[in-house]
Design a protein around this ligand. Structure first.
Ligand code: B1M
Length: 208
């Protein structure tokens, strides 16, 4: 039994295995941070890379994310007791008027897998709710998803509202109809084409 077995369980979409192996590794006394970084986060980086290269597709990414989450559920209560600090805090949601959540959930899970603390507000989230959650949770990043051209203006409204209220968070956006030029136009800090690039972007923004 080794951390590499957890890594393999995630990359082979085995949620029961990921959970059982994570539990066994914890019981064996392995450092929680090592299990998290090498057993659960590292395989998601690999899955994200293979997705970008066209080797894996959305269903596989979702299955790997589920396996990662099964392992993460074992670690979550222990993380607060260790020196494992989250990489940053993210408030995420699908914007007002929009009920699509598969891509947003994927981004949310990958962010969690990458070591961020994630507050997922769900779908049809208005700018006030993003504002409130960003303040309450001292978010570093607010992540907005939209799948409809008709709901893209909700992104603009949310960016404007966060700016008007002086909440010093960085806003990142994504979703099928969204583009980098739209992100530039509305003053978002960045655009992620897919879940792995959203994670990469969030990491860069946290690095300054
Ligand atoms: Co809807 N729908 N839908 N739909 N739906 C689309 C988006 C559409 C393109 C279909 C079409 O006409 N070809 C079209 C939008 C047209 C447009 O505006 N340009 C459309 C429409 C019109 C509608 C309704 C209006 C239909 C109707 O009722 N007449 C309605 C709207 C409801 C509403 O939201 N108010 C509607 C409803 C639905 C369902 C409820 C049936 C269902 C959603 C179920 C759910 O999400 N729980 C649904 C679905 C499934 C789709 C399609 C088929 C698939 C979307 C999806 O989940 N893709 C979609 C057509 C399509 O895309 N092929 C369609 C998989 C997902 C993993 O990809 O969400 O793009 P995606 O996420 C990607 C990236 O975009 C990115 O990362 C993910 C991958 O790594 N990403 C981010 C997403 N969010 C990000 C945030 C980031 C960064 C990256 O940073 C913050």
């Amino acid at each position: 039994m080794a951390i590499q077995d957890i890594y393999k369980a995630v990359t082979s979409f085995d949620d029961k295995g990921a959970e059982a192996l994570t539990r066994a590794e914890v019981e064996a006394g392995t450092a929680v941070s090592a299990i998290l970084n090498e057993g659960l986060i590292a395989p998601m980086d690999e899955v994200g890379k293979q997705f970008s290269e066209g080797i894996l597709f959305v269903p596989e990414m979702l299955m790997a994310a589920q396996a990662m989450k099964a392992g993460l559920a074992v670690l979550r209560p222990l993380l607060a007791d260790t020196d494992t600090k989250p990489r940053g805090t993210i408030v995420i949601g699908t914007v007002k008027g929009d009920l699509h959540d598969i891509g947003k959930n994927l981004v949310s899970m990958m962010m969690e897998g990458a070591g961020f603390q994630v507050f997922d507000l769900g779908v049809d989230v208005d700018s006030e709710a993003f504002l409130k959650a960003a303040k309450e949770n001292k978010a570093d990043i607010v992540a907005l998803s939209a799948l409809l051209t008709t709901t893209m203006p909700s992104m603009e409204q949310t960016v404007a509202s966060l700016r008007e209220q002086g909440v010093g968070v960085k806003v990142i956006i994504g979703g099928a109809p969204v583009t980098q030029s739209f992100a530039d136009k509305i003053g978002a800090a960045g655009y992620g084409e897919d879940a792995p690039s959203a994670v990469e972007l969030a990491r860069k923004l946290m690095a300054g």
